[in-house]
Design a protein around this ligand. Structure first.
Ligand SMILES: Cc1ncc(COP(=O)(O)O)c(C=O)c1O
Length: 413
């Protein structure tokens, strides 16, 4: 037998399966399990009829480019459409700043490859998005966490951490943030704080990577478009690499997303992408382009905001009923996630086995921390299950937590 471990690169040795993908495997094993684990959009919101019509129109065989290789940068009319989207978000972008990627996940991978050498420091929020952790870990970057406040990353802690690292002779290259309805906490970085982050990055000569897939999904009962203004909108000097995606608004299956970056960096991302996939799927880009051009995306957005706001309400109501004081969470003003803190004696990773037995799953908080914290926290995605399944899932979760607390108490006695 060959021992393949001997053949692995240093970076491959450190690769780990994502906690969320692992939960997907658990889910596949049992159809009746209610999943609050992956942040999947609700499939009943997909514009099925429009997609059918668009795909039929595209696949007549008249235009061969629909199924052909295309430019690495992306399908030009879609890039122009994205420049228009960026304008509506307050950002002026020229074509040499834009690149279409195979999901924002590829964007994160490109950012990591192009900007980080092994040992370079990337500052991340505590907690942060697991997919970014994966991308940064794969290039052997060193991730250092900065605590959050109610309105996002703690600026004083950010400055202290950075100063300490620089004193230790480390190279601090990048600050990674998800400013709108962060995965996993659902938090929003305050507008004033966004400005101060930019000023801080300028002072410390650090690049900001702004990952923004959820911004369109703000809940109109508490949030307006003004609250989700990108950091990049005020970026006069080219400090910000901005990523966004059609995954949460049209459908993740198309894998169409984009990077908006200063032109010299965008050119490097393009070179790195050439080695990964040559180009994003041509048909996918064409469907997404048509969905933008024909007004499908614009029509969908208000529906999605209402859809997910209602689900947030259903989950909050069910949790309040089920848990009283045993669980606390910041109420999300947008996005897909609710970040819930359990009593301190519970280890949410250990509790997963009991949750699976009871037919419900979540992601244990630890997966989102680069410092081992988060043991008694869980991330609950309310986006995909129906209202009834959310209520039933919360009942099962309540049962799970009560059983777990009783088991811990029995051991302590
Ligand atoms: C913060 C964040 N960034 C990036 C992604 C990846 O999105 P995409 O489907 O575009 O690859 C996700 C998906 O959950 C996310 O939550």
């Amino acid at each position: 037998m060959i021992n393949y471990d001997d053949f692995l690169s240093h970076s491959a040795e450190q690769m780990k399966e994502s906690a969320i993908r692992r939960m997907g495997t658990v889910l596949a094993q049992s159809r009746n399990t209610i999943s609050f684990a992956p942040g999947y959009p609700a499939p009943d919101t997909f514009a099925w009829n429009d997609f059918t019509e668009i795909t039929r129109d595209l696949l007549t065989g008249v235009d061969g480019s629909v199924l052909q290789y295309g430019p690495t940068r992306g399908y030009k009319p879609l890039l122009e459409e994205i420049a228009g989207i960026m304008t509506s978000r307050g950002v002026t972008s020229t074509p040499d700043q834009l690149l279409i990627t195979t999901g924002s996940q590829q964007g994160l991978d490109l950012v990591a490859r192009v900007l980080l050498d092994p040992g370079d420091v990337v500052l991340v929020e505590l907690p942060t998005y697991t997919g970014a952790i994966t991308a940064f870990r794969n290039v052997q970057a060193s991730m250092v966490g900065v605590p959050q406040e109610g309105d996002g990353v703690d600026l004083a802690a950010l400055e202290d951490t950075c100063a300490r690292l620089l004193r230790e002779g480390r190279r601090v290259r990048v600050l990674y943030v998800v400013p709108n309805f962060q995965n996993p906490t659902g938090l929003l970085i305050g507008l004033e704080k966004r400005q101060r982050l930019l000023a801080w990055a300028e002072r410390r000569n650090v690049l900001i990577v702004e990952d923004d897939p959820y911004r369109e999904l703000y809940f109109e009962d508490s949030t307006t478009e003004a609250d989700v203004r990108p950091i990049k909108a005020d970026d006069a000097s080219g400090r910000v690499v901005y990523l966004s995606s059609f995954s949460k608004t049209l459908a993740p299956g198309y894998r169409v997303a984009w990077i908006d970056a200063p032109a010299p960096l965008a050119a490097k991302f393009e070179m790195a992408k050439q080695a990964e996939d040559l180009c994003t799927g041509a048909l996918d880009q064409r469907v997404v382009y048509e969905a933008c051009r024909r007004g499908v995306l614009q029509r969908q957005l208000p529906l999605l905001r209402r859809h997910y706001q209602q689900k947030r309400d259903v989950m909050v109501e069910a949790l309040t009923r089920e848990f009283k004081d045993d669980l606390s969470w910041p109420s999300p003003r947008g996005g897909f996630f609710l970040w819930a803190t359990l009593p301190p004696q519970i280890d949410s990773d250990v509790m997963i086995a009991r949750a699976v037995e009871n037919g419900v799953i979540y992601v244990a908080g630890e997966a989102f921390f680069v410092n081992g914290a988060g043991r008694n926290i869980i991330r609950l995605a309310f986006s995909a299950p129906s209202h009834d399944r959310i209520r039933e899932g919360v009942t099962r979760l309540g049962e799970t937590v009560r059983q777990e607390l009783a088991a811990i108490e029995a051991v302590a006695r």
